[in-house]
Design a protein around this ligand. Structure first.
Ligand SMILES: Cc1ncc(COP(=O)(O)O)c(C=O)c1O
Length: 427
């Protein structure tokens, strides 16, 4: 038995026997949130990577207030409204050329479920019902719903308990070539992908990937050449390409979308997290004309049978429009480039850190940086230690990372990287 906690809230990913009472957040402003009692913490993770404008951004808060006065919610079945229509047009404008159709849902996981169902039904409707499996990559993380768990890295442990319950899909090795690899250096990764496709293409509807940055599976970064090669393989083997840009979308890798680094249009692309600047849960699954047209037909099977209650929620769409306007008007890509320079200088160029015996690797891409430790035990206690320095860090396994809000100042980012380095060097 554990001591009863003061709240009945069951926390995510928490070990109930050892968990401590969660600190209570009472507010936030900019890159910091405030706890009951007055302690403020600089958020190095921008709340699981979604609060890209930081907390209490006046324009986003005002947009929600204004929309709440007009229309908080209405079903999207058989109806539409201006924020949903306008956001869909904006998403078509900013995403890679050819993604012309937008299906809304309420979270990244559900956005991925929509993508997977869409891919399987696409092949059904084209008379290829045998193509009903998905090809995913080792180190992948696509969410915690059943369909998503089945395409997460099966060995990493988080979902292995459910192996008997989940559908089985083939996996290809995680890409190993770094972001700046030459094309030749990516050829082994692509050969590994080809090898799985040669064996399984007749049963594969789509390849799923987090382009350039496999996030929760260990912040594994790879090359735009890998994305181009995957696109070519998909075309060769009649397999759809699905980009899960839930984490990478809206600037995290240094361009608006990771796909932009490679000039690749996936057949289906999923957005969430930064879509609403983190202010409300929402997701969008975009599809090309080719995918969309397969759903135009006479049979009952042509309807796409999915419709989350809160899809296209007006508050979420309205705040997403405001988030995008701020992103563009305030040159967030320029801000991200500046953050990237600080991350490189403070982490990547630090030879003492690189030589530390507990450090296995240091990687930086866009507004993302990770210090990979050799072992999870190397990071035991880091979150509590960082909190004492006024920084909210939450490592994933043996990866100590930051994905800050884009409004984080250079001084605050240096504070975050000092604390990340300090864990290894200054103790
Ligand atoms: C790449 C990726 N896909 C999907 C998800 C799932 O999103 P959600 O937590 O909104 O369901 C996440 C969440 O971290 C993610 O990083």
């Amino acid at each position: 038995m554990t001591a009863p906690l003061s709240s009945p809230v069951w926390h995510p990913y928490a070990h109930l026997k050892t968990q401590r009472p969660a600190p209570k957040v009472v507010g936030g402003e900019g890159p910091r949130f405030t706890l009951e009692g007055g302690e403020t913490l600089l958020d190095a993770t921008c709340s699981w990577w979604c609060m890209i404008h930081g907390y209490a951004h006046p324009r986003l808060v005002a947009a929600i207030r204004e929309q709440a006065g007009e229309l908080c919610h209405v079903m999207l079945g058989g109806l539409t409204h201006e924020p949903a229509d306008r956001l869909a047009r904006e998403l078509v404008r900013i995403t890679p050329e050819g993604l012309n159709h937008v299906f809304y849902s309420d979270s990244g996981s559900v956005g991925m479920e929509v993508a997977m169902k869409m891919a399987v039904q696409y092949h059904q409707l084209r008379g290829r019902p045998g193509k009903h499996r998905l090809l995913s990559l080792m180190k992948a993380y696509h969410g915690d719903t059943a369909g998503c768990m089945a395409v997460c890295d099966p060995e990493e442990g988080m979902h292995s308990l459910f192996a008997g319950y989940l559908p089985r899909h083939p996996f290809a090795p995680a890409p190993t070539a770094p972001f700046d690899a030459e094309p030749e250096a990516v050829s082994a990764d692509l050969a590994a992908l080809r090898e799985v496709l040669e064996r399984h293409h007749h049963e594969i509807a789509a390849i799923l990937m987090e382009p350039l940055l496999q996030a929760a599976g260990g912040l594994n970064m790879t090359s735009p050449h890998y994305l181009r090669g995957a696109r070519a393989l998909c075309d060769e083997f009649d397999v759809l390409l699905v980009f899960d840009e839930v984490a990478t979308g809206f600037g995290r890798t240094g361009r608006m979308f990771a796909a932009d680094h490679a000039d690749v249009t996936p057949d289906i692309m999923v957005l969430s997290k930064g879509l609403t600047g983190g202010y409300l849960g929402h997701a969008a699954t975009l599809a090309t004309d080719r995918v969309h047209e397969a759903f135009i037909g006479d049979s009952e099977m042509h309807a796409f049978m999915h419709g989350p209650t809160f899809m296209g929620n007006p508050l979420a769409c309205r705040v997403a429009l405001e988030s995008l306007a701020v992103f563009e008007e305030e040159d967030y890509l320029g801000r991200i480039a500046a953050l990237n320079r600080v991350l490189r200088e403070t982490l990547l160029d630090d030879e003492v850190l690189a030589a530390h015996p507990a450090v296995a690797d240091i990687r930086v891409l866009g507004a993302t940086a990770v210090i990979e430790a050799h072992d999870t035990s190397d990071l035991a206690g880091v979150a509590g230690w960082a909190r004492e320095q006024g920084v909210w860090l939450r490592p994933i396994g043996r990866w100590l990372y930051t994905m800050p809000a884009y409004i984080t100042t250079e001084a605050d980012l240096r504070r975050i990287t000092d604390v990340m380095k300090g864990w290894f060097l200054a103790r």
